[in-house]
Design a protein around this ligand. Structure first.
Ligand SMILES: [Ca+2]
Ligand SMILES: [Ca+2]
Length: 257
């Protein structure tokens, strides 16, 4: 009887020891990567393009998966750590990047294409790539820092631009008709861009018609304005914190509703 009890106790101890050995902690395992945003921010369907994805723990990434676009081709060209300038929010700007060659099919759908970076620690978040839609795409052209150098655009359009340096102001102008309801929207922070957009609409007399900063819980401003008269209107976009850099991309959609 006594022997029987001892046998049970010793079996119990043995089983505890072996389950601890099955789950060893691995202090050498690196943290999984995190993808914050793409440079350029907007991808073009149907074209082979170079793209950089910026984020955290990306320097050791050798594989990036693309989903949501049948027939998409992706090649990793390289990965490295990058510096974060002083005063910049490291969590938003990222400390490493991967360079890719990406070819999306012509029918790639906005909102559907996702990129996942893989390192020894596992998979990153699935980053939703901003993809061009049916709106005419326009490249922002510097210098466009004021009323006199505003870049002329025709509605509807989607400007692809960069807040290229600290205190960069990007100004656009369009011809409007009294009573037209215009929607001006920045797409940046929702796609992970470090840009915290601030939009101001001015009339031909350079008087403020309306402005917007953060809308619907996002740093991306949206302005919806019924134009008060016929004439030229100016749209000025800045970063709300006066930050900027080559990786501060945005898409600015201007259209009549
Ligand atoms: Ca600019
Ligand atoms: Ca904002």
């Amino acid at each position: 009887m006594r022997f029987f009890c001892l046998a049970i106790i010793s079996l119990g101890l043995a089983s505890t020891t072996s389950s601890q050995e099955k789950k060893p902690a691995d202090p050498k395992k690196e943290p999984a990567p995190k993808v914050l945003y793409a440079i350029p921010l907007v991808a073009k369907p149907g074209e082979k393009q170079k793209l950089v994805i910026r984020g955290k723990n990306l320097a050791t990434v050798k594989e990036v998966k693309v989903t949501g676009a049948d027939g998409a081709k992706l090649k990793v060209l390289g990965a490295k750590a990058v510096g974060v300038p002083n005063n910049y929010p490291g969590e938003r700007v990222g400390d490493s990047e991967v360079e890719l060659e990406l070819e999306l099919p012509k029918d790639a759908k906005p909102g559907a294409v996702k990129l996942t970076a893989v390192n020894g620690g596992g998979d990153s978040n699935a980053y939703t790539l901003l993809v061009r839609d049916e709106l005419p795409a326009i490249a922002e052209k510097e210098e466009n820092g004021g009323f006199d150098t505003a870049q002329a655009v025709v509605l509807p359009c989607a400007v692809e631009g960069t807040i290229k340096s600290e205190r960069d102001v990007d100004t656009f102008k369009f011809e409007g008709k009294k009573g037209t309801k215009v929607r001006i929207e920045v797409q940046a922070a929702r796609s992970g861009s470090p840009v915290d957009g601030f939009l101001t609409l001015y009339d031909a007399d350079r008087k403020v018609v309306d402005s917007a900063d953060d809308v619907n819980g996002s740093a991306d401003p949206i302005l919806t304005v019924t134009l008060p008269k016929d004439g030229t209107y100016f749209v000025a976009l800045i970063d709300a914190h006066d930050l900027g850099g080559a990786n501060f991309g945005y898409r600015l959609v201007v259209k009549a509703e």
